[in-house]
Design a protein around this ligand. Structure first.
Ligand code: AMP
Length: 450
């Protein structure tokens, strides 16, 4: 099916074409027709599936084709709520790209910055508002926002809203929106409170469930490294010293854990940055920019902070701590192996985490390849495999990672240093030449039964 066959308006089709999208992704094919028909939608899908276009394209179409409210200035006809500023900005970027051939006005509002420019933009009049709940509520209470004309309401990443404690604010905001509206709720997972929220907000919705991309892809080499918690930092340092990486995203369960990993790696001469909710907005954006430019190609993140990161060319995902929810594992490793590229996901598992590993293997219906034991000796401070030379740095300044553009130039992966790449189920070397280890599925099954 093509975008044209979906029946989207011409200006939207031209923008999609300019983005280089050849065919709709599965979530787009499943969602766009019912959304164009005005139905509510409950979508279980994660970032990377094309979910933003799945709601942005029909919203643009409907705003273009439905008669606007009689008013001198635009009024807010579509409201999109996002849990984080990063995601809000990405959604707004997508609307700008898909709506470039329209006259529709869009504004983004979020906390952590002065409200003046946001208030001015609202006064000017907007058709589409993308907002985080806290700042929106603030501006609503000050009387700067009028949601009485909202026709389409989107709640994106509802499970993150729950995690971040935003559900009361969301309910408050929803009470300001007309009940006669189209509602779209998207969530990567569907915990009970979100299922209940969906029941209360949606009217006979179309349900679309898109399997996490990573669960089905074999482009990601997945392995597990059994290591006791106290040695994880050393093993991680050894990992980075022994591999060439393009960009690595390391997941920890807690914010403190993320900061600790940064300082532990620094002791081995490895530069990394942490990104999490306790960091200031400016700090998070700087960390992200350095990660994108590969100035600091190792980013340590908590799950919540990582949700808003849309960076291509992540070669490695490391699970320093295993997540409590197996679905989160799938989301994490989905950060690599995107857009048809291959990726490597290594999970550190200590004895207390064996149950979590079992749950992951049950969900993904496969046993992870086992890494050979790695030396837990302290790692000497020495130059890093990925540390850029002056020449690399001048080259990196010209590397551009384009978003929203299929087939865009991607930075070339740095050459792998001598190590062969491994397929799942094959034996693999230890991080630092500790010989081969026959880690076939049968073995990893039996050890995970312990
Ligand atoms: P999302 O899941 O909305 O974060 O989108 C993930 C990425 O897929 C974004 O970089 C989009 O630009 C891209 N994308 C969305 N729809 C398509 C499509 N139909 N074809 C190719 N790329 C797409």
């Amino acid at each position: 099916m093509s975008f044209r066959e979906l029946g989207l308006a011409e200006p939207v089709l031209r923008a999609v074409d300019a983005e280089g999208y050849a065919t709709p992704t599965p979530i787009q094919s499943a969602s766009i027709p019912p959304l164009l028909a005005g139905r509510d939608l409950l979508g279980t899908a994660q970032t990377g599936t094309g979910k933003t276009a799945a709601f942005a394209l029909p919203i643009l179409h409907r705003l273009l084709t439905m008669p606007p409210h009689q008013s001198a200035r635009p009024v807010i006809r579509a409201l999109v709520l996002s849990p984080t500023r990063e995601l809000a900005c990405q959604i707004a970027d997508s609307f700008h790209a898909y709506g470039r051939e329209t006259h529709l006005q869009l504004t983004t509002i979020f906390g952590g910055v002065g409200q003046g420019p946001q208030v001015r933009a609202l006064r000017h009049g907007v058709d589409i508002l993308v907002a985080t709940p806290g700042r929106l509520l603030d501006l609503l209470e000050q009387g700067f926002v009028n949601l009485k004309h909202v026709e389409i309401f989107v709640l994106d990443e509802a499970d993150r809203m729950l995690d971040m404690g935003f559900l009361p604010s969301v309910r408050h905001i929803v009470r300001q929106i007309p009940t006669r509206r189209q509602t779209i709720l998207l969530s990567a997972t569907m915990p009970q409170p979100i299922a209940e929220l969906a029941d209360s907000l949606l009217n006979n919705p179309t349900r679309v469930r898109i399997a996490p991309v990573a669960a089905t892809t074999n482009l990601i080499e997945q392995s597990v490294c059994f290591v006791e918690h106290r040695y994880k930092a050393r093993v991680l340092a050894r990992f980075f010293k022994s591999r060439s990486i393009e960009r690595a995203l390391v997941f920890t369960r807690t914010k403190r854990g993320a900061d600790r990993v940064v300082s532990d790696l620094a002791k081995s001469g490895i530069r990394a940055t942490a990104i999490h909710g306790n960091k200031s907005q400016a700090n998070r954006q700087r960390a992200l920019a350095n990660f994108k430019s590969r100035h600091t190609p190792i980013l340590i993140a908590t799950d919540i902070a990582a949700r808003g990161i849309d960076v291509e060319g992540i070669s490695h995902v490391l699970n320093y701590d295993l997540p409590h929810e197996p679905e989160t594992y799938v989301h994490r490793i989905g950060r690599t192996g995107r857009a048809g590229a291959s990726g490597i996901a290594v999970s550190f598992c200590d004895s207390a985490e064996r149950k979590l590993l079992k749950a992951i293997e049950r969900l993904t219906r496969s046993a992870l390849t086992v890494e050979a034991p790695v030396s837990t000796e302290p790692v000497p401070r020495e130059p890093l495999a990925h540390e850029p030379s002056a020449e690399d740095r001048s080259h990196q300044a010209t590397v551009h990672v384009a978003r929203n553009t299929q087939g865009a130039e991607k930075p070339k992966p740095t050459a792998r240093r001598g190590r062969p790449r491994f397929r799942r189920g094959q034996a693999r070397h230890a991080f630092q030449g500790h010989g081969r280890h026959n880690a076939n599925r049968g073995r990893s099954r039996s050890r995970s039964a312990s």
